[in-house]
Ligand binder design. Structure first.
Ligand code: MG
Length: 242
């Protein structure tokens, strides 16, 4: 089955082969079990500013920058774009609410996977739409020695967040690799779209409440139910891609 997925991917872009050199990891819903708190924070923020975003709907927009989500809601509910002051204020509210929730746990299976990927000698790149300092600052503590500042793309580094390919294209640049030399690990539909738009083989792990179909339709090249399963299947996947 994996071979079919790889063949379909190669055919889509007329690439010859995948020669894996770098693995690009999304953060929320992949490295941290944090989406439940993000979605609740978005719902509460939405209520405070007269928006109509529910926690459930917020999962569909995971991966885009806070700025993008706020603008989308302002257009929808205020019938005008948000000013940059409003964007800043509303996002600060969202971060503040998020910080009052308990610390999100590292995602089950993530540490095992990261250790394997590192010991296999691949570069590990963080590509997140988040600008949430509390989580970014915890990476070193929770995943000691895995991530490096010069291989991290956050919302501060891009003009256009996911589903634009920009974050993943910048990730490729930082690692100095081509799309066929990389792999994306994502959990969100917009994140999967971004990885696919960057022409990178994109593995979706469905760690949230959305249906598998949403991730399939976003273009996932391979779909797995959890980071634990990805970690267990890593040796097989690696051997097929390296
Ligand atoms: Mg995510």
């Amino acid at each position: 089955m994996l071979t079919d997925n790889i063949q379909r991917y190669l055919h889509k872009y007329s690439f010859q082969t995948i020669r894996l050199k770098a693995v690009l990891f999304d953060m929320d819903g992949v490295l941290y079990n944090s989406m439940i708190y993000h979605s609740k924070s978005w719902e509460e923020t939405s209520r405070r500013y007269g928006f109509d975003l529910t926690a459930e709907e917020s999962y569909l927009y995971e991966g885009q920058t806070g700025r993008q989500t706020i603008n989308m809601l302002a257009e929808r509910c205020w019938h005008r774009p948000a000013t940059s002051e409003e964007q800043e204020k509303i996002y600060a509210t969202k971060c503040d609410i998020f910080n009052h929730y308990p610390e999100a746990e590292p995602m089950a299976g993530a540490a095992q996977l990261l250790r394997q990927v590192k010991s296999d000698g691949f570069q590990i790149v963080l590509v997140t739409g988040s600008g949430q300092k509390t989580l970014l600052n915890r990476l070193d503590r929770n995943y000691f020695g895995i991530f490096h500042n010069d291989l991290e793309i956050t919302s501060y580094d891009v003009h256009n967040g996911k589903p634009s390919p920009e974050p993943y294209l910048r990730g490729l640049q930082k690692a100095a690799v081509k799309p066929w030399e990389a792999l994306v690990v994502e959990n969100a539909p917009l994140g999967v779209q971004a990885g696919v738009a960057a022409q990178i083989f994109t593995i979706a792990v469905n760690t949230g409440p959305l249906s598998d179909k949403v991730l399939h339709d976003a273009g996932a090249d391979l779909l797995l139910p959890s980071m634990t399963v990805l970690s267990e299947q890593w040796p097989v996947i690696r051997d097929s891609l390296a």
